[in-house]
Design a protein around this ligand. Structure first.
Ligand code: ATP
Ligand code: MG
Length: 337
């Protein structure tokens, strides 16, 4: 019997990238295979609609792509319940009960949501559904009584908000129905992979990502255009490794950190060209990505099978979510009949 329950999700707004891999996918596969966790992995299509309501095709088209990325990194439908958020009606009802326990000003203070509102240039027109997505995320987590949520650093404010709601619910209704979740973060310094452009976060929406599905040629092109040190013009100039995306990726992806230290020393001293380091990074990344890319291509041959996998997973997830909903209804006192 598993001692812990894990839940995570991704928004189907495009294919998944190496930031997702480092921030969350890698931990999920480890937890899936260590035997102590019951795993739930959700494709958050309703959350994606909160800022894409007028572009539902994007979500539809991304659904199976995200599922393929899951299978490619080694998530196994026999060990992890992989499902689709919109197919689990209980989540919406839970969200409604939780919304009564959160204030508008608390939602507006959430730093991740604040940053995203700026990035998405909503101005005064923030969709209400977008503002409350941390509450719906709390419904996703608590419906499965997950205690462990493998996520990147940007999600810490969501975990805090979820814990607050859980405490408020259990206190208000004098029960212990809901479980407080903890984020499960990557090792220090790896929680938020920067984008190719040096932007603080690689993100599907910012168009600065290396995708798990990228071909070897695309990988080459993207690595060659990566942001480095703009003042490192001639090979012999001393270069900066801090804030230099190429070195930040080597820190995260190269198993040979001794070699990375040597390269850094040489770069800082002068005499190591950007193209040379980039070629090396390309090799390091390809060693990680080639097996993922190949597995992905295999699964992509039968998309019908991938869709059936999601359908089965969603049926299974409904059973658990409905059980929690019954307990929540009883706690709130709306189980009249
Ligand atoms: P969108 O732009 O649509 O929000 P996204 O690229 O931010 O997409 P999400 O689906 O929001 O991706 O995030 C899914 C998971 O991946 C979350 O746990 C998030 O913390 C993690 N994640 C996303 N981007 C990164 C990154 N650059 N580094 C580390 N983890 C990341
Ligand atoms: Mg995001």
């Amino acid at each position: 019997m598993a001692q812990h329950i894990m839940l995570t999700a991704d928004r189907p707004t495009g294919k998944l990238h190496i930031g997702h891999y480092i921030g969350s996918l890698k931990s999920r596969v480890e937890l899936q295979n260590n035997g102590e966790y019951q795993n739930f992995v959700m494709i958050a299509d309703m959350q994606a609609l909160t800022d894409n309501a007028r572009n539902p095709e994007k979500i539809q088209n991304s659904l199976l792509q995200v599922a393929l990325d899951y299978l490619a990194v080694g998530l196994d439908p026999n060990k992890s319940t992989i499902f689709v958020q919109s197919q689990i009606p209980a989540l919406n009802e839970l969200t409604m009960y939780y919304l009564d326990l959160v204030t508008l000003s608390r939602l507006e203070r959430n730093p991740t949501v604040k940053t995203e509102i700026q990035q998405k240039q909503f101005g005064e027109s923030v969709p209400a559904g977008f503002l409350i997505y941390p509450v719906s995320q709390t419904a996703d987590i608590t419906a499965f009584k997950a205690d462990t949520v493998p996520v990147g650093d940007d999600q810490e404010p969501m975990m805090e908000q979820a814990r607050e709601i859980v405490r408020a619910f259990n206190n208000t209704y004098q029960c212990s129905v809901l479980v407080e979740p903890q984020g499960y973060f990557p090792p220090k310094g790896q929680g938020r992979l920067p984008g190719l452009d040096g932007n603080a976060k690689m993100s599907k929406s910012l168009n600065n990502a290396i995708y798990l599905a990228d071909s070897a040629d695309e990988l080459h092109r993207k690595v060659m255009q990566m942001y480095t040190d703009p003042h490192h013009i001639h090979v012999n100039d001393p270069g900066q490794v801090e804030g230099n995306t190429v070195f930040e990726y080597l820190d995260v992806f190269d198993p040979d950190q001794k070699h990375v230290a040597e390269l850094k020393a040489q770069y800082q001293h002068g005499g190591l060209g950007d193209v040379t380091v980039k070629k090396y990074l390309e090799e390091v990344l390809d060693a990680v990505l080639a097996p993922i890319r190949n597995r992905r291509a295999e699964y992509a041959k039968d998309l019908g099978e991938v869709a059936r996998m999601l359908q089965k997973g969603s049926a299974k997830a409904n059973i658990t979510a409905n059980q929690t909903l019954e307990e929540v209804r009883a706690a709130v006192g709306v189980n009249y009949f």
